[in-house]
Design a protein around this ligand. Structure first.
Ligand SMILES: *Cc1c(COP(=O)(O)O)cnc(C)c1O
Length: 363
């Protein structure tokens, strides 16, 4: 297989240029299925998941529930739907949902509040961990709004893949519990957190009632996510999934890749973390006074750009010309994500392309 098959195609403007793709660092969602996933997909026993169930989906749901220490699992098309179902199955209309204010569910998915009749309250945080005093305040009974659900996120995407400390998660859980609120964990990259903490996934999920896990990020399945939680909650979520049109038919064909992903991919995420740290170190050595990358604990590097008049869109464009795809994260920040298709050679090539681009833009 050529490198082109292993990596998502570059954006069309680059394609027209026929430039060589060096590294696609836009997201770990660009990972393609493994050969073993294709093989499982080809041979998966299938049923109708909207009628009496698809055996491969059932196997995936049970597998993920078990790995995350929950009673039941529900296969959903995206982690976004998993998060939505967690909210809808644990909060009645006109209740309050409390989240850290830079979390994915707040910054990207909060529009759902306009459909659900729920009030989303953002709480300030540091490295993705919400301020506990502010949380306690938000949980106090108020005249009009009762908090039904508190949401956490680990690893935290906007905080550069930060991992929530387990003690913090426990404290959030205890506070929520003391006010009879449920706890949801947006664990889109849950296994990255478990690997970074060197604990099993169910230790990370212990302080949450429900957890959503994305199968199509670093785990490399082509699509899909699983919501896991208590039996009764998952049954409610299953009915709500039907209402949303998220119930699919012979979807075991995709769930099969998810099974392979959960069984074989978590252990290799540590390589992505090593690559992210190496990338960060190298970026910091290019122009130490100007370019600053954080030191990642998982697979996301945030690179702060100097105020040189070249904002992130210029960097993104110039790097793209050099074959390195990254994403602008605000006007003065780039986000770089390592994943299965970024091996040592590609890390080196990406660093070289960064050096060249920095020489050009910071000259
Ligand atoms: C990617 C992501 C999601 C959404 O996942 P989809 O499967 O793309 O819907 C939710 N939360 C976090 C933290 C994510 O990184």
């Amino acid at each position: 297989m050529t490198a082109r098959h292993l990596i998502a195609p570059p954006d069309p403007s680059l394609h027209d240029d026929r430039r060589q793709l060096v590294a696609d660092l836009r997201s770990d969602t660009v990972t393609h299925p493994t050969q073993a996933m294709y093989e499982r997909m080809r041979t998966a026993p299938l049923g109708d998941d909207g009628l009496d169930g698809d055996p491969t989906v059932r196997e995936l749901e049970a597998l993920v529930a078990d790995k995350l220490g929950k009673q039941a699992g529900l296969y959903v098309p995206t982690a976004t739907m998993g998060n939505l179902l967690a909210v809808l199955s644990q909060a009645e209309r006109q209740a309050q949902v409390v989240l850290e204010s830079t979390s994915h569910m707040f910054t990207t998915e909060r529009g759902v509040a306009t459909l659900s009749g729920l009030f989303y309250l953002g709480i300030p945080g540091v490295a993705g961990a919400m301020d506990l005093d502010a949380l306690e305040q938000a949980l106090l009974p108020s005249g009009s709004l009762q908090t039904a659900l508190v949401c956490m996120e680990t690893t935290h995407a906007n905080a550069g893949g930060a991992v929530l400390p387990l003690a913090h998660m426990q404290a959030v859980h205890d506070l929520a519990r003391s006010r009879r609120a449920c706890v949801h964990l947006d664990g889109a990259r849950l296994f990255n957190a478990a690997v970074a903490l060197n604990v099993s996934a169910d230790e990370v999920t212990r302080s949450a009632d429900t957890v959503s896990l994305c199968l199509s990020k670093g785990l490399s399945a082509p699509a899909g996510a699983v919501l896991a939680g208590p039996q009764a909650t998952i049954e409610r979520a299953r009915r709500l999934r039907k209402m949303l049109g998220g119930t699919q038919r012979q979807i075991g064909v995709l769930a099969a890749a998810g099974i392979e992903a959960v069984q074989t991919m978590p252990h290799r995420l540590v390589q992505d973390h090593v690559h992210a740290r190496r990338l960060s170190q190298a970026l910091n050595s290019i122009h130490p006074e100007l370019l600053h990358a954080d030191m990642p604990t998982t697979n996301i590097v945030m690179l702060d750009l100097p105020a040189t008049g070249h904002d992130s869109s210029i960097w993104t464009h110039e790097l793209g010309k050099a074959g390195v795809l990254v994403r602008a994260w605000g006007a003065r920040r780039l986000r770089l994500v390592t994943h299965r298709h970024i091996d040592d050679t590609r890390v080196d090539a990406a660093i070289a392309a960064f050096r060249k681009t920095a020489d050009k833009l910071l000259a």
